[in-house]
Design a protein around this ligand. Structure first.
Ligand code: T4K
Length: 409
């Protein structure tokens, strides 16, 4: 692709798209293909496809070792893992969660008729604000679920203190945070339980997959039973359960990815640094920084667009990027509280969520991972530069004809 230097070069204004193929956020990291196919052949030969097979057991052990946690129960996806953990931990009534998260965090509660009470986030980290949590506790509150959004750890210490003080359960949605740490300890060790997602778009994927990790022996065995219909041995059911089992083929994918974990982090980090270098001087564009003293998987490139400075808003920028085949995403717009059923249940929730509302309008996620190279990153950043440098002109040219100022007849 030739570089774009003039506003006319933008695809939205008639230029040809910067990329001939779509550049997605969340392109899966795929490890060694031969090793994966070997494992798939193996499991086919064994004719053991699900129900706590050898690959699932090995995967659970590897995850528990990496995290340094006593128990890992692998599951079919992160949402079911959340639902099961919520039930096993004993959450009922109301649970305080951030609204700035993927809808699954809220739905996993509401699915079991537990009310998610939406709490605002800290604008610096995008994670739940512990000081706001304390103001939202009522006699019906039974727990708190923090979300380590973007792999950025919540303020675990403050949340633990609040949970202990008010005798509440504490869980973490760690869907984004496999391979990350908080104050030197791996995410997965905090609260009553933490939940990972191994969805295709995640840093480590098992096609679809998830896991609950915990250091609580009793809770772990309850979760294990619940994941398999409540069966405690043949013909004996102890709890209400569901089918949350991970399949062997998923575990094979997960195990294969685990062998390339260092490589995935290195690529993500390289991409992150490149974006940071290329974007740091663009006024009004801020890239989320991660705490250097902790481990991070750098799976998300998170930008905040300050329209007051860029003079072009996030949504317009997304439109411009999409025209170039750069499929930037607006995670987690508009916030759970503005989606159904919560929007109808709590129509005024936004009044208590100013930071969430603000972030929802500013956030933009860019493509990264092993499917994105430095050259592509440079082109993406160059387009953002071009747009911000010429924001007035771009805006004017994009004005719909019918909103042009009325001309004298
Ligand atoms: N908690 C949090 C905080 C989460 O973020 C999530 C999931 C969960 C809980 C629940 O975990 P899971 O039950 O999913 O294990 C995607 C993912 O589907 C979802 O897993 C993820 N969070 C969320 C942040 O992103 P969508 O609705 O954006 O998916 P979609 O189809 O638009 O795909 C995302 C991007 O990835 C697109 O650019 C296309 C690309 N993609 C996707 C798939 C599946 C690929 O390139 N290849 C693929 O195979 O939710």
């Amino acid at each position: 692709m030739a570089s774009k230097n003039r506003v006319e070069d933008l695809a939205i204004l008639g230029g040809s798209p910067a990329f001939s193929e779509k550049l997605h956020v969340g392109r899966p990291n795929i490890g060694d293909r031969d090793r994966l196919l070997e494992r798939i052949n193996d499991l086919l030969d064994r004719r053991w496809l699900s129900n706590n097979g050898p690959y699932v057991q090995e995967f659970e052990k590897r995850i528990a070792d990496i995290v340094g946690v006593k128990h890992c129960i692998a599951m079919c996806n992160g949402t079911v893992a959340l639902e099961i953990a919520i039930r096993a931990v004993g959450l009922t009534g109301e649970v305080i969660v951030p609204s700035f998260t993927f809808i699954a965090t809220a739905h996993a509660l509401q699915w079991q008729e537990i009310t998610p009470v939406f709490c605002d986030v800290d604008p610096r980290t995008h994670t739940i604000n512990p000081w706001r949590v304390e103001t939202m506790i009522t006699p019906r509150t039974t727990g708190i679920i923090g979300v380590h959004v973007w792999g950025q750890p919540c303020n675990v210490e403050a949340l633990t203190e609040i949970a202990n003080k008010h005798n509440l359960k504490l869980m973490f949605d760690a869907a984004h945070a496999f391979g990350c740490s908080y104050k030197g300890r791996m995410i997965g060790n905090f609260g009553n339980a933490e939940v990972f997602s191994f969805h295709a778009t995640k840093f480590l994927n098992a096609f679809e997959g998830g896991a609950v990790v915990t250091n609580d022996d009793e809770l772990a065995s309850k979760i294990r039973l619940m994941t398999n219909f409540g069966f405690a041995g043949y013909d004996n059911v102890n709890y209400i359960g569901t089918n949350g089992k991970m399949t062997e083929v998923s575990a094979a994918m997960g195990l294969t990815g685990l062998e390339s974990l260092d490589e995935f982090v290195a690529i993500n980090y390289r991409n992150y640094k490149q974006y940071q270098r290329e974007l740091e001087n663009i006024p009004g564009i801020k890239i989320l920084t991660y705490n250097k003293t902790d481990k991070c998987n750098y799976q998300y490139i998170v930008l905040e667009i300050d329209e007051a400075i860029t003079q072009i808003n996030r949504d317009k920028l997304v439109e411009i990027l999409w025209a170039e085949n750069i499929l930037a995403r607006r995670y987690f717009y508009p916030g759970c509280h503005r989606m159904e059923p919560y929007r109808s249940y709590f129509p005024h929730a936004g009044l208590l969520l100013p930071e969430t509302e603000n972030l929802g309008k500013r956030i933009l996620i860019l493509p990264t991972g092993s499917a994105v190279g430095l050259e592509e990153i440079n082109k993406i950043c160059q387009i953002i530069w071009l747009v911000v440098q010429h924001s007035y002109e771009v805006k004017e040219r994009l004005l719909p004809k019918d909103s042009e100022p009325l001309k004298a007849q």
